[in-house]
Write a protein that binds this ligand. Structure first.
Ligand code: NAP
Ligand code: MG
Length: 505
């Protein structure tokens, strides 16, 4: 359902947001606000309306170089990881989380404007989860330990310490602008690194605002730097720079391949959180009401612009029609509208005109290859015609071999496919180059455990979908990535282990 739109039904911009958008926005390098040296800028657009929100600096190689020098200098001086105690670092990270919470309405409006997501979702999900992430890792600063190793050489004492890697370039996507940045920044900071953040070109605003909060919190200059810019220029220069010790990347597999190639000359550390085409399996014995609602939001949460979208939906054949009908009924209740409408929608637009074309291309391809939609399938017009709105779309009559069933669409499209038995669906679920997440709905404990063991994915959800927690590791098998974010694993991802030998007799 589309919500009616009248100009008077928009939520007012907060004065702080209005002022921020009216300013000349700058890069944050070494604790100072500076324009791109070339003076280049680019526009960021509100996908709900197609209107330009602001111009932001377009960082080029020379700006990347300046940021790397600033971060390097701070790192080498030890101002962050050596001169402050672990407890002082933790306190600063915690203070940042407090400031994020205090500025939550501002951060939420910036992400809602830039990404299109409903501002209420940004304020109740994205911002609190981001602040929580910083709090979790604030606690880690005092708990990063090495080990004493019982080596076999008599008289020899051997122990390990965990040290920061150095300067980390963090490159993030646009689907959860603040949260994806928080997932990387918080553990990298806790482990003692200095950071250069490159937000997505579609959603640079909350990253720049976050830099203000770093400043207000009192972090030493150079610990946190933000470069807005394009992937092919700013992102690529970060990846190639010999002064960057590690790249933490979230995004597409194709850009990940470029990053691996471009990091080869310096052999810097690279960790990757990539896409998925996650299988979501509904067995006939499941609580079907729960499964219907769960599968609907697994597919359409954040408009399907979620790396863990349950976009391959396998349903046991004898309940297939019933479940698909139930999902179509749920989808019919979903309200689509602008991120800043007073009457808040469930879903906003997709993030950009390019993304709209990509998703509509997949939908056309689905029809052309014989799939049909039980609901959705069209771009929304009327009052939403200036934005990038697509109806949530459920396809049936889909073969596993179709493009829409194999490739990540990253939009509001799900393929529902029947299956007859457990071995068959397990095989089909694992027949994918991806392995980020997988899930199933069943009341049978043995099936639940068997599938948890046999599904090849980094996260398995059973009778639920989409849960994450700062404390629980997250990442991909196969082409869904290298390394794990969150939990203790992310401390490992952002630190080096040193082994120390001492002749003690
Ligand atoms: P993308 O095109 O790969 O872009 C991601 C980031 O990489 C952006 O900041 C982008 O800059 C930058 N980039 C582009 N080319 C680059 C290059 N040559 N060198 C260095 N950086 C470069 O991905 P997206 O379309 O924004 O995001 C969608 C993808 O992210 C999906 O595949 C999704 O599954 C994945 N994702 C994964 C997770 C996870 O945790 N596993 C979470 C969210 C999203 P520009 O903005 O200028 O292009
Ligand atoms: Mg934008």
């Amino acid at each position: 359902m589309t919500l009616p739109v009248f100009p008077e039904t928009y939520i007012d911009l907060l004065p702080e947001v209005r002022a921020f958008l009216g300013e000349e926005l700058k890069l944050y390098i070494g604790g100072r606000w500076v324009p791109a040296l070339s003076g280049a800028t680019f526009e960021t657009v509100d996908p709900s309306t197609g209107r330009v929100l602001a111009r932001v600096p377009s960082a080029q190689a020379e700006d990347v170089d300046a940021a790397v020098r600033a971060a390097r200098q701070t790192f080498d001086s030890g101002a962050w990881h050596l001169k402050l105690t672990a407890s002082e670092r933790g306190r600063l990270i915690w203070r940042l989380a407090d400031l994020m919470e205090a500025h939550a309405p501002i951060l939420a409006q910036l992400d809602a404007l830039d990404n299109g997501k409903p501002v209420k979702k940004a304020q109740t999900v994205d911002v609190p989860l981001s602040a929580d992430h910083f709090r979790y890792y604030a606690g880690w600063t005092t708990k990063i330990e090495g080990a004493t190793i019982p080596v076999s050489t008599p008289g020899m004492f051997n122990y390990t310490v965990r040290e920061p890697i150095g300067v980390c370039g963090l490159i993030v996507p646009w689907n959860y602008p603040l949260l994806m940045a928080a997932w990387k920044i918080a553990p990298a900071l806790a482990a003692g690194n200095c950071i250069i953040l490159k937000p997505a070109e579609q959603t640079p605003l909350s990253a720049l605002y976050l830099a203000r909060l770093f400043e207000e919190a009192g972090f030493p200059p150079g610990v946190f730097n933000v470069l807005t810019g394009y992937g092919e220029t700013a992102g690529a220069a970060l990846v190639e720079h010999p002064g960057v010790d590690k790249i933490g990347f979230t995004g597409s597999a194709s850009v990940a391949r470029t990053i691996i190639r471009n990091s080869a000359s310096t052999l810097k550390r690279v960790s990757l959180e990539l896409g998925g085409k996650s299988p979501n399996i509904i067995f006939a014995d499941a609580d079907l009401e729960q499964a219907v609602v769960g599968a609907t939001w697994a597919s359409f949460g954040n408009n399907g612009q979620s790396c863990t979208a349950g976009s391959r939906l396998y349903i046991e054949r004898r309940v297939f029609d019933r479940v698909v009908e139930g999902i179509a009924d749920e989808v019919a209740k979903i309200r689509v509208g602008m991120g800043m409408q007073a009457e808040q929608p469930d879903l906003g637009p997709v993030v950009s005109g390019d993304q709209l074309n990509t998703v509509m291309g997949y939908i056309q391809d689905g029809y052309a290859s014989g799939a049909h939609s039980v609901i959705g399938g069209k771009r929304l017009g009327g009052a939403l015609a200036d934005g990038y709105f697509i109806e949530p779309t459920v396809f049936v009559n889909v073969q596993d071999s179709l493009k829409i069933a194999r490739e990540e669409i990253f939009g509001p499209v799900v393929c529902a496919m029947p299956f007859d038995d457990a071995d068959e669906v397990l095989r089909r679920a694992n027949e994918t180059p991806f392995g980020l997440a997988a899930g199933l709905w069943t009341r049978d404990l043995a099936t639940a455990h068997r599938f948890a063991a046999k599904l090849r994915a980094g996260t398995i959800w059973i009778n639920t979908w989409g849960d994450t927690d700062a404390a629980s590791p997250f990442g991909g098998y196969k082409q869904s990535g290298h390394g794990r974010e969150m939990g203790k694993e992310a401390i490992d991802l952002y630190s080096e282990v040193k082994s120390v030998w001492l002749r003690a007799d």
